[in-house]
Ligand binder design. Sequence first.
Ligand SMILES: [Zn+2]
Length: 72
Amino acid sequence: MFFCLVFGVDKFKRKSSGHVWTCPNCSAKDVYLVKNNDCFTFCFVPIIPCGGTKQYYECFTCGRVNVYQPQY
Ligand SMILES: [Zn+2]
């Protein structure tokens, strides 16, 4: 028997719009502030945020992740 009702906990990542920084690694102006939540999911849809929010800066060109705000 197949169950499609799946509960789980998943990472839920949001890219904040607004300021864009320059990557210290690849020099691309493609660094965004990313907020990462652990979410309780139902059928792979985030329903309830649980746990703390993690915040970091991610370069979407080279994938470099930095917890500190880049200078530019
Ligand atoms: Zn980069």
